[in-house]
Write a protein of this length. Structure first.
Length: 63
């Protein structure tokens, strides 16, 4: 995965807490925008969609 993109909702600042995504036909890669050479995860597209829906509804919010 080589075409990483940052959310248009992020502030664009180097200190913004944001993730970057890269998509292939079968998977979505996720990495920390502040550490592009650091760890990353790859999820099947359907699992990523499920995770994104969970996040949007607050299922992973910290107490």
């Amino acid at each position: 995965m080589t075409n990483w993109r940052k959310s248009s909702y992020s502030g664009g600042s180097a200190t913004s807490d944001c993730v970057e995504l890269a998509r292939s036909p079968q998977a979505v890669g996720v990495r920390d925008s502040k550490d592009p050479s650091g760890p990353r995860i790859t999820l099947p597209v359907e699992r990523f969609r499920s995770l994104a829906a969970d996040i949007k509804r607050g299922a992973h919010d910290l107490p």
